[in-house]
Design a binder for this molecule. Structure first.
Ligand code: XMP
Length: 526
């Protein structure tokens, strides 16, 4: 391990830098490293030099990439990192770039290798300690076109697959290891353990980065940042802002005021839950603003999804700003920003990425109000926030909640949003979620919700004709919301929910189930 310079914190000198060359799964590397009890940060390859100098990491992991090292303009490992003498682990493109830059050879494969493969362990190596032994065969996940065809000096092969003779290579003296497959994905069943061996055995880290430790460090940091000044935190009803508020409250007590803007587009019982939890349970100063009339008035006649989102985002900021002024004198604004929002995405095309939906957050507020930000969750992934929430005593039902979008039910009511339609949807949604909880399925689903369609259909109830709205049910599994698969309920479950909704919710006479994965669909309907 390198010695920290005086201005560096102990946390960063015990950390791992992950250089992102643009793989879809780079975030998973960070997850696995943290699961091994080691703090890690991701930096895009073109900002890796600065991150390396700032973090003074104990080791470096090089990610995969859609690029080719054979491309003259393909991303490269910065010389400062390559020559640092620190332990390195190259994954897929990371392996190829190590070989390319250290004197080995990489060729463009004609066929490539994609999906499950089996590798033969040819020799011992530090990555395999206590895990894999010579002569064994193990499942891994391959996804590569190019491949290494000759090794740089000092490297030896330690595992091979039919398509990749250098599936794992090692240079023990320099503590550089590399693999053609992806250890970070679940389809490499021992991948987490390989990464753990790298950070613990090769880099020599102790693996004592825990949520309890994080909580202690953050509380000190918040106190140091805020001093005796005041902080305002906007609660959305979601987990992230709640956890951020609890952590800050633990650090600075009543210097924190929470503001909960209720725009009338929340789920059943949500506002009451937030108020009773914060005021009643935690005794945290909370301003609850019922702005439903303002929001619903403004949504009258608005049917375009982006117009809804923009209006809600802007109105939220207006109301929040008014309340903040009333409280007076707060210098800091707290936000529950998470790590995935902070990581810069790597683009090889150079063009801006397409805006599919403008997500609603309090962007723009700090500048407008001239406030400084307190973002204690910036380094955490969603499930780490949940662990921290439990540490802080947030009840399980709150911590385990499905994500809910900022614009709320407004984007689950295609067409015009009215108070009446919000009420109808709230009832249907509550029944659906109650049934999901009763069936013990809530935690197996990333997000489940009802959508109220602007379509009326004819039905028959009792002896009478009905002409009412259609309700669509959506449920998806996902790990990060970026891609999603539909949840395969059994027919009995769906028909039970449909019957209850049609019987109990006036205004709905037909229920359908949404069978669209993401892509091509998005999770929300608007
Ligand atoms: P989509 O619909 O884009 O959603 O597939 C992906 C995830 O993001 C959530 N979502 C939002 N969250 N503000 C948020 O805080 C928003 O404006 C917003 N729009 C979508 C969505 O619920 C899903 O989890």
């Amino acid at each position: 391990m390198t010695n920290p310079t005086p201005e560096q914190t102990t946390q960063t000198s015990d950390s791992i830098l992950i250089v992102d060359f643009g793989s879809q799964v780079t975030q998973l590397i960070a997850r696995r490293v943290r699961e091994a009890g080691v703090y890690s940060e991701i930096a895009p390859f073109n900002a890796a030099k600065e991150a390396f100098a700032r973090m003074n990491p104990a080791g470096v992991i090089l990610s995969g990439s859609p690029a080719s090292v054979l491309d003259e303009n393909g991303p490269r490992i910065p010389a400062e990192i390559l020559d640092s003498g620190l332990p390195m682990l190259g994954i897929c493109y990371g392996q190829q770039s190590l070989m390319h830059q250290l004197g080995g050879e990489v060729l463009s494969g004609d066929s490539g290798e994609f999906g499950r493969a089996f590798i033969e362990i040819g020799d011992d190596c530090a990555l395999f300690d206590g895990l894999w032994a010579k002569g064994e065969s193990h499942q891994v996940w391959m996804s590569h076109g190019d491949k290494v065809t000759s090794l740089a000096p000092g490297f030896r092969p330690v595992a091979a697959s039919p398509g990749a003779p250098f599936a794992v290579i090692a240079n023990d003296e320099k503590r550089i290891y590399a693999m053609q497959f992806h250890p970070e994905v679940v389809h490499t069943p021992d991948g987490g353990k390989l990464l753990k061996n790298f950070v613990r055995h090769v880099c020599g880290l102790s693996g004592d980065w825990t949520m309890a430790e994080f909580r202690k460090t953050k509380i000190e940091e918040i106190r140091a940042q805020v001093g005796n000044k005041r902080v305002i935190c906007g609660l959305s009803g979601g987990v992230d802002s709640a956890v951020a508020a609890l952590l800050i409250h633990e650090a600075i007590g009543d210097q924190l005021t929470c503001v909960f803007v209720d725009g009338g587009v929340l789920r059943m019982g949500e506002a009451e839950q937030v108020v009773s939890l914060f005021r009643g349970h935690y005794n945290i100063p909370l301003v609850h603003v019922d702005a439903s009339t303002l929001f619903l008035k403004g949504l009258e006649g608005v049917t375009d999804p982006e117009a809804k989102r923009k209006f809600i985002g802007k109105t939220f900021i207006d109301v929040f700003e008014d309340e903040a002024k009333k409280i007076g004198g707060a210098e800091f604004l707290a936000q529950g920003t998470l790590y995935p929002d902070v990581i810069e995405s790597v683009s090889f095309t150079g063009g801006p990425s397409v805006t599919i939906k403008s997500h609603h957050n309090v962007g723009g507020l700090p500048e407008r109000m001239n406030m400084k930000l307190v973002e204690p969750l910036r380094e955490l992934f969603k499930d780490e926030v949940r662990v921290l929430g439990r540490e802080l005593g947030l009840p399980d039902v709150f911590v385990g909640r499905h994500p809910f979008p900022g614009p709320g039910l407004a984007i689950r009511i295609p067409g015009e949003v009215t108070r009446e339609r919000c009420d109808i949807l709230r009832k249907a949604d509550a029944i659906y979620l109650e049934e999901i909880r009763n069936a013990g399925l809530y935690d197996a689903i990333w997000q489940a919700f009802a959508v109220l369609l602007p379509v009326k259909t004819v039905g028959v109830m009792g002896d009478g004709r009905t002409y009412d709205s259609v309700c669509a049910l959506r449920a998806v599994t996902s790990t990060d919301g970026m891609t999603a698969d539909i949840y395969p309920f059994d027919a009995g479950f769906l028909s039970r929910v449909a019957t209850r909704i049609i019987n109990e919710v006036k205004g709905i006479n037909r229920v359908v189930y949404d069978y669209t994965s993401k892509p091509p669909g998005t999770i929300e309907w608007e």
